[in-house]
Design a protein around this ligand. Structure first.
Ligand SMILES: Cc1cc2nc3c(=O)[nH]c(=O)nc-3n(C[C@H](O)[C@H](O)[C@H](O)COP(=O)(O)OP(=O)(O)OC[C@H]3O[C@@H](n4cnc5c(N)ncnc54)[C@H](O)[C@@H]3O)c2cc1C
Length: 449
């Protein structure tokens, strides 16, 4: 039997490979770069020796497929789980506020969390109930919201400007990586539904204690190889080759051809469109839509101070161009270090991504001084900016219906990746679900033979 080729070694490709290898199918992961991890990887900073993520990644308790994947490869212990959902916020003048859910069954925990959130006035906190009720009445059918932006939907639900700026906008940016003016309400409603309307555990934040690459790539590769699969790095696919209604193999950039019994593309949309034969793209409306997708950037500013400036693990900044500050040493449980590493995040960063690194570091330092008094005396020892221009698919209005499903018109060719039709925003969970779904579809076909 020719191997099953999986193009791409990110969360989607590795989760597909793990599932198929476990079922004893001969898989080969082909990864373009000389390391696995795709858009969720880490590297060692040469100056400090610290492991730095390409951007801080947060997961949630509702990432059921991701948690199952990490469990299977033996990596779950590298995660830090909250017991009760909690997010800290800071305002320059009003100080600290905390969204901390009481130990109540869902969705009462959410109401309890909002009731305690002192950055909002009582009227706004009560009106937030309307969002919960709207989600209940949608009963999982979010497609009615497909033509609205998050801003339009929240305004229709009577959410004041303050409530939106101080709560919903941060949630929308963090989960959709797009501003509420651009992001589609259906995707937002799905996120809120998944995260807040089921169990309290689903609403908890989950964060990696280790660098992202260490979280899953080595363990996934070990699992795949232990089950007879292969992982090839520096294997960049130039074309996916088709003949008489089926995918037959790939041609690599160096000219090597590899025959396949089936192919799963787990590459991002902007890479897939280069690999597909143009005449096939022309024939399939679902594939033509790939040309209409746009990306949303994320900017991460890493700062190293000579002292501790906050003991909070992660903090949302209200009324600031920086949305989140992650205290990397506190998250890793490394409290002895004198130099303190902070990762600052700007999502939906269409404008910020155009700024120079110097300007971004200056903004970051200004905001740190504004929000954290200890930063006013602290000395910045080192800084590092990462601009991920294609961080995720931009979830603008209308995008959801263009996302292609995992099965394709070719029975042995499947599409995985966070950008495919997962019913979720472009996240780790969507990527893992899509990989597992492709594996399930393919394994079912094999059983049927
Ligand atoms: C800065 C940043 C912050 C983020 N924060 C979060 C977060 O907090 N929570 C969350 O859930 N998600 C977050 N995300 C999104 C998350 O990283 C992605 O949804 C997820 O990693 C996508 O996985 P994937 O496998 O679908 O794609 P990718 O990770 O892009 O993997 C695709 C792989 O295919 C390879 N490839 C491409 N072309 C070829 C080719 N021709 N031949 C061979 N290989 C090829 C690529 O090199 C890559 O390794 C963030 C993303 C970024 C960039």
């Amino acid at each position: 039997m020719n191997p099953v080729l999986i193009i791409g070694g990110g969360f989607a490709g590795l989760s597909a490979a793990v599932e198929l290898a476990e079922r004893n199918l001969p898989v080969i992961v082909l990864e373009r770069r000389n390391f696995l991890g795709g858009r969720a990887y880490s590297f060692t900073d040469k100056i400090t020796g610290d492991v730095v993520d390409n951007g801080q990644h947060l997961m949630m308790g509702c990432y059921h497929h991701t948690l199952a994947f990490l469990d299977k490869i033996g990596a779950r212990d590298k995660l830090k789980f909250q017991t009760n959902p909690r997010v800290d916020f800071l305002h320059e003048h009003e100080g600290h506020a905390c969204f901390q859910c009481p130990p109540l069954p869902a969705p009462l925990h959410l109401l309890g969390g909002l009731a305690r959130l002192s950055s909002l006035n009582w009227r706004d906190r009560l009106h937030a109930l309307r969002v919960g009720l709207a989600l209940r009445s949608l009963n999982g059918n979010h497609t009615n919201l497909a033509d609205k932006t998050v801003r339009q939907w929240l305004t229709e639900l009577g959410q004041t400007e303050q409530m939106q700026n101080r709560f919903w906008d941060l949630v929308a940016l963090a989960t959709l990586n797009e501003s509420p003016e651009r992001a589609s309400a259906d995707m937002f409603a799905r996120v809120l539904d998944q995260a807040f309307m089921h169990t309290k555990q689903d609403s908890t934040m989950v964060i990696s204690r280790t660098g992202l690459s260490d979280l899953y790539t080595t363990d996934a590769q070990r699992f795949i190889e232990k089950h007879g699969g292969k992982v090839r790095l520096n294997a960049s696919v130039k074309t996916i080759d088709f003949a008489v209604g089926a995918a037959v193999g790939v041609t690599l950039e160096d000219g090597e051809t590899i025959a396949a019994s089936a192919i799963i593309s787990a590459a991002p949309y902007f890479m897939l469109k280069r690999m597909l034969p143009t005449e096939l793209v022309r024939q399939h409306a679902a594939w033509q839509a790939i040309n209409e997708f746009q990306s949303a950037p994320i900017v991460s500013i890493n700062l190293w101070y000579d002292r501790q400036v906050t003991d909070l693990e992660f903090t949302g900044l209200l009324d600031s161009p920086i949305e989140w500050v992650f205290n990397k040493n506190a998250i890793a449980g490394d409290h002895r270090r004198t130099t303190r590493h902070l990762a600052l995040v700007i999502s939906g960063a269409h404008e910020a991504a155009k700024q120079s690194k110097e300007d971004l570091v200056a903004v970051a330092q200004r905001e740190m001084r504004r929000f954290f008094p200890a930063a006013r005396q602290a000395v910045l020892k080192h800084s590092f900016v990462i601009r991920e221009y294609d961080a995720t698919l931009s979830h603008t209005v209308g995008t959801a219906r263009l996302r292609p499903s995992q099965p394709t018109p070719y029975p042995n060719f499947f599409l995985a990746g966070d950008w495919t039709a997962t019913g979720l925003p472009a996240t780790i969970e969507g990527a893992v679900w899509s990989g597992q779904e492709c594996a399930r579809l393919l394994a079912n076909q094999c059983l049927a033979l």
